[in-house]
Design a protein around this ligand. Sequence first.
Ligand SMILES: Nc1ncnc2c1ncn2[C@@H]1O[C@H](COP(=O)(O)OP(=O)(O)OP(=O)(O)O)[C@@H](O)[C@H]1O
Ligand SMILES: [Mg+2]
Length: 315
Amino acid sequence: MNAERNTGAESTLEARALKKSYGDFEAVKGVDFRVFGGECFGFLGPNGAGKTTTMKMIYGAVIPTAGELAVAGLDVYHHEREIKRRIGVVPQENNLDDELKVRENLLIYGRYYDLPRKVVLQRTDELLDFMQLSEKAEATVEQLSGGMKRRLLIARALINDPEIVVLDEPTTGLDPQARLLVWDRLRELTTEGKTLILTTHYMEEAARLCDRLVIMEGGLIIADGTPGELVEEHVSPQVLELTADHRSLEELLSVVEGADSVERTGDETVLVYTEDADTLLENVRSSGVDIENTVYRQAGLEDVFLRLTGRRLIE
Ligand SMILES: Nc1ncnc2c1ncn2[C@@H]1O[C@H](COP(=O)(O)OP(=O)(O)OP(=O)(O)O)[C@@H](O)[C@H]1O
Ligand SMILES: [Mg+2]
């Protein structure tokens, strides 16, 4: 473990004016970000925002069209091989070898890195255990469930003991328990000093794991900060989720007009953001508007996302 990395002072990843076009289409339109050693850095954004394209530029599957990108202090245009040796990758799409057994997938992948056989054998066992796949070691990949494949992809990404791990939607398709296992394991990796770059559509995941994150939309970064900073900067702290029959909704909207902001999320639901939910709720009650359901909660990343992109995430 590198102590210097743990201080978080060293920048492990740095992008400046980074762009990627596919033909005439600009998927990433010039993004800047810095990731420090030992942190978990997240990319959020709706489908098509450019997250995977950015991940691919980081792990060398796509060459940037313009801009600068350094990974582990190395320029991606000139050090592709060295970067690949030092990072682990969980791609968005499963690219495991279906016909091979679970254990063989790890062993063969380990050999690409020219690691001694003994080391690969030992890591393979450790990683199968780490991802709770030991029981499936002799099954072929096609015999695994979707969630098990995802866990195997994560195990495979760690075979070379990488200092940076890029995880493109690591928990998509996992059941809640498996997701908790993965969160736990990813946290462990950051405690070991590894740097994680993560994309996700799950706000709870981002809030729990990410030290800092960016929100992308249309190929641009539209916001960045710690989860706490993003919430503080973009939304009021208290939220009322009010559900009313669509006929009462217009009336309700006029009652909550004085709130800091109001988002309609369907025909029958509005989210009302305020510093003072008590007073607001009192106003709603005394107005006599027929409310079917009221939920009070603290604002979170989900609200920031909705505010900035106008879209709700998968919950
Ligand atoms: N190989 C390609 N050729 C042409 N266009 C592409 C290619 N790959 C991605 N794109 C386009 O680039 C844009 C960004 O795609 P990208 O996969 O980076 O999005 P994303 O943020 O990862 O979305 P998702 O949340 O759906 O995974 C999309 O409009 C997509 O259609
Ligand atoms: Mg993607």
